[in-house]
Each structure stands twice: as structure tokens, then as C-alpha cells.
Design a protein around this ligand. Sequence first.
Ligand code: C2O
Length: 421
Amino acid sequence: METRRKLVLWISVLMACLTNSWVEAAPVKIRFDGCKPGRVMGGQGEIGPLMHCCPPMPTGPIVDFVPVRNMSKPLRVRKALQCLEGEELEIYVEKLRKAYAIMRSFPDDDPRSLEQHRRVHCAHSTGAFNCEGQGVDIHFGWLFYPFHRFFLYFHERMLQTFLGDPDFTLHFWNWDNAGQGGCGKPGDIIPPMYADRNHRSTYHLSRSNRTYDPELVVDLWVDAWNETRLPGGFSKEVTKARNLETMHWSMITMKDAPAGYSGRVYRAGYPRVTPYVGAGTLEVSAHGALHKWVGIDMDDFSFAAGDPLFYPHHENIDRLWDVWHNLSPNNTYPTDPDFLDAEFLFYDENLVLRRMWARDTLDMTNFGYTYEAVDNVEWLTQGKGDAGVAPPADEMPGYLDDLSASDGKKERSFLLRRLRE
Ligand code: C2O
């Protein structure tokens, strides 16, 4: 009895240590002071060069920001890019080009510039901000969705201001749509308005040559953090089938996903982790795969947000967060106060530094927008992995070639294992 009680005591001490509970739990808070250069996280830990991405310090006081829905205005609808047509498409593309031309015209140290948007995202990806002695990374954990919702919101607000059009709405890249849902047009190819080299404001030079092919279907099944697995080499049909499997897994079955849909618990003072350990199912799969598919700068968190294509990509992530939430009553947001009270800072269009909280992202209608209800029927009903459409990755020609070129690192990655089971 005595030994048993001792054992129980020791186990609880051990558990307390393992869960960090001797440190008072607290939410992550972003602070600009103490910001320093850092590195992005790859599949094996910190990688790449030291990045200098700290934002400028505010010249005035920080002002709290709580989004509240203006009931006298209808919600702005962020639409699927592939479904725009006719005059609506023409007007949209013209405004988009104009807004990004203005955004690019600000000096690099102005928070309204595209370069500052890149750096702000870079800073949040490289451990630049210090919280309780640890560099903060808003990826690979439960801050992923709230951070990006705020980031997109302030980005869009600036575009509206540049255009003098408070109703301007940034539309989304519906890359999970293989062509049966919604307006019946596939969204799984590069949106043409972002791929036109004659219009540099919405174009970006550092992308992979995959993006030069207007008909090439995106590969959502690539393992974004395993450098030995690169996109491509499959027929359109196989790629589409694999994409639906990825979506079905990341939105519905989530089989054996260690961090679930929302991502790992992440409090003040927690060390950074690698994607496989911390990222939620959609973040670790289709989200990362799209970054990899676009490639080069988009494939590097310190440069990704300098490509205008980053924003419609992330709007689809933002939309899918909401879709997931509405798929089942079991799909609930984290209720832990350290999630809800996580604190962010962003410059608004008037260069006022605003302070905001993750709790306020949970209802997007407070931001005045919603998403066009595209039909997700394809990955809801297909992609269950039982049709045998997507054979194991290491039996596929494209992957085999990449693997043999890479020193025989043949161990299968976390994601691909999960998808096969
Ligand atoms: Cu903040 Cu898609 O990355």
C-alpha cells in the first residue's frame, strides 16, 4: 500500500513536470520590444538563415481592437475566385491590381507595404518575439487559425483603404474544389489573376515553374516538410483523387492526428516545435502542401507573405476552419483561457498598433465578412481512401525518383503514414 501511494505520488510529480504545470499557465502575448532575428522551423528543427523581420515600434499608444459586427451593413462575401465571371471578374481584377500596386508603392519600413506584411508574417514564424523566454511561433499549434484570421483582416482593410472602397473583398483560392462542387469550375489550379506576368503587382517572380502551367492541378498530398518529397509526376485524375483523400482526412477522419484539427496546446513559455508535433491536420497537410506546390518563396515562411498569392491561399484555410466548425457539433474551438486570451498586435491602415485576442476570432461575422457557401461535396463524400485510387506514395513514380536522388532517406513521413492507414 505504502509503495503504491509513493508510486502514485511520483507519477503525479512526473506528470506535473511533463505538462509544465509547475509554471503558472499563461497565454502567449506578442510584444514588439525584445524582438530579435530568428529562423524558421523545418521538419527537423530550426533551419535556414537568420532572418531580420522585426516590425517597427509604434510611435503612439497601443489601442485595443475588438471586432463588432455592424448590423446595419450586410456581410461582405469572400467568393471562390474560379467562379467569378463577366463584369464582376473584370472589375475585381482591376481593383486587385490597383490595390497591390499601391501596397507595393509604400517604403519597406511602412507597415502598409507588402514588404512589411512579409516581415510581420516572417517574425511570427521565426521565433522573433519573446514570450517568457521562448521565441514565439504562431504555426504548429492552436494559434495558427486566430493569427491568420487577424492577419488577413488587417491586410484586407488596408487594400480597402487604398481603393477608397470599404466593401472591397479579397476572394479566396478554392484549391480543395476539384470541379464538382459550387459553380462547377475547378479551383485546384493557379488563379489566373495571380499568374499573369504582365501584371506584376499581383505576380511574384520567385515561384516554382509548376505555377507557369495554367492547367496543372495542385498537389495537396505532398509532404510539405519532407524535402525528399516534391510535388508532381501524377496524372490529373490521380492527383485529384489524392487531393480529396487529403481533404477527407484533414477535415473529417483525422485518424491518429496527435494535435487534432486545431493544433497543439501552446502557452506562454512553451518551446517551439516542429510541424509534425504541433500542427493540426489541415495545417500539416493541404496548407503546407500548397506552400510547397507554389514553391520557392511561398515554400519559406519568412518569404511567403511577400507573394500576393499567400492571401487567397490563406483565406481558403480561414474558410475551411469555419467549414470544419460547422461540420459536426463535436468540432469545437478550444475553450482553454490560454487559447482565448492569446494576444496579438497588428498595425491598422492608419498605422495605429492594435492589440487583440484570439477569442475574438471565433465569430468571423464580427469582422463583417462571410464566405460564399461552396459545396464541399467532393471531399465530404469521396476520398475515404477505400477506393484504391491513391496507392502508397512510395509506389508512385514521381516520389520514387525524388527519393532515389536523396541519399536513400526512405523512411515514410508522418503524414503519408497516416493517410495510408
Ligand atoms: Cu503563416 Cu501558410 O503560413
